[in-house]
Write a protein that binds this ligand. Structure first.
Ligand code: GRF
Length: 205
């Protein structure tokens, strides 16, 4: 079975979107674990409710329940993890970890990269910047993760018309709907081996 790990920091609605398609048999994969830097977030509560193994990201000096990137990498390599999905994960992934899972880590970003990405560009900050720039479209981007924030090659994007919005919150709402559709779709493509990289471009077949 295709093995997935999901990294989360908050609400977990994208994680739930993947989970529900696995549960429905649409995505033939299993989520082996959920990693979070945030002990008390909705995403972790959901993982526990579904009896998925959870890992708290931190340092062993903080307690035995914490795991750092090196320890997690060892576990995930041993388990032969196929795909790591950052679904609303706010911490930077260590360079060593990224190098161990080359082209196996993907992230969802709530804007059309390469605009409105980079350090500090997360959650409501993104939608506020898009609103202030008076953009007429926004959207979601799924990209491979490298050692630089929001920089890896783009796998998939979907745009949404935001010409009629009156607030950043309205943009967030529109984009989130797209995310919940796009992320499971891309995960399914990975499971079905339909993601091909040719000369630094990703072809989704
Ligand atoms: C999403 O908008 C995602 O694109 C961004 O953080 C948000 C997480 O939402 N990286 P959720 O935790 O999946 O509900």
């Amino acid at each position: 079975m295709f093995k997935i790990i999901v990294f989360v920091s908050g609400r977990g609605s994208n994680f739930k979107a993947i989970y529900s398609q696995i549960e429905a048999g649409i995505i033939k994969a299993e989520i082996l674990g959920v990693v979070s830097n945030n002990k008390s977030c909705k995403a972790i509560d959901f993982a526990k409710e579904k009896k998925i193994k959870t890992y708290l990201l931190g340092d062993k000096s903080q307690g035995n329940e914490f795991w750092d990137f090196d320890q997690l990498a060892k576990i995930f390599q041993k388990e032969n993890i196929d795909l790591i999905v950052l679904a609303g994960f706010l911490k930077k992934i260590s360079e060593a970890f990224v190098n161990k899972f080359k082209q196996k880590i993907i992230n969802i970003h709530p804007a059309l990269l390469p605009s409105f990405g980079g350090k500090g560009m997360y959650g409501s900050h993104v939608h506020k910047a898009v609103f202030e720039a008076a953009c007429k479209v926004s959207g979601a981007t799924i990209h491979f993760v490298d050692e630089v924030y929001d920089n890896g090659i783009i796998i998939a994007q979907e745009a949404v018309d935001i010409s009629d919005v009156a607030s950043p919150e309205e943009i967030a709402e529109k984009v989130l709907k797209i995310e919940h559709n796009l992320l499971p779709k891309v995960v399914k493509k990975f499971v079905e081996n339909k993601i091909i990289i040719i000369k630094n471009r990703v072809i989704v077949i």
